[in-house]
Design a protein. Structure first.
Ligand code: GDP
Ligand code: MG
Length: 163
């Protein structure tokens, strides 16, 4: 069985961009506004000779009667339940939000391995801006730039180290 890596995080942090980077596909919809990815989305990835599956989340039907927040929570729960490793994506350019704290609280109860991943950190491998993310209580932040392809290999190595 290939390990399953779920990408979770609030809208617009760059999950779909990271999905494309990890799967080298253009399949996920990347939007300049939140929430365009329609539902969970699966892709195949490879690191050397190791194969894995990536799950993108964060879509919702714009006219959903359940409401956007509930729908995102539902998708995140389902993706986390079927994942071996969770990549929790936050955004260094916007900093931490209440939604990030809510997701962190949920992930702590989920009992899965979580890699806290700080996206949009191009050129910031050593930045003091990364320190604020320790506040989430999810361990060491992994800085990446999904858009520029920085830090992806070391993130994947960390994600796959048990497999
Ligand atoms: P999602 O809602 O979490 O799936 O986020 P998207 O992948 O759709 O990206 C949201 C926005 O962030 C888009 O405008 C992306 O181009 C931008 N973005 C994604 N990754 C990066 C990055 O590494 N650096 C910067 N500066 N912008 C990024
Ligand atoms: Mg998306």
């Amino acid at each position: 069985m290939k390990p399953v890596i779920a990408l979770v995080g609030r809208p617009n942090v760059g999950k779909s961009t990271l999905f494309n980077r990890m799967t080298k596909s253009r399949d996920a919809i990347v939007a300049d506004f939140s929430g365009l990815t329609r539902d969970r989305h699966y892709g195949d990835g490879r690191l050397g000779n190791r194969e894995f599956i990536v799950v993108d989340t964060g879509g919702f039907e714009p006219d959903s009667t359940t409401g956007i927040v509930k729908e995102m929570a539902r998708q995140t729960r389902q993706a986390v339940a079927e994942a071996d490793v969770v990549v929790f994506v936050v955004d260094v350019r916007n900093g931490l939000s209440g939604q990030d704290h809510d997701i962190a609280r949920f992930l702590r109860q989920a009992n899965k391995r979580v890699l806290l991943t700080v996206n949009k950190a191009e050129g910031m491998q050593e930045s003091p801006l990364l320190a604020e993310f320790y506040e989430l209580g999810m361990g060491e932040p992994h800085p990446i730039s999904a858009a520029h392809g920085q830090g992806i290999r070391s993130l994947l190595e960390a994600a796959l180290e048990d497999f």
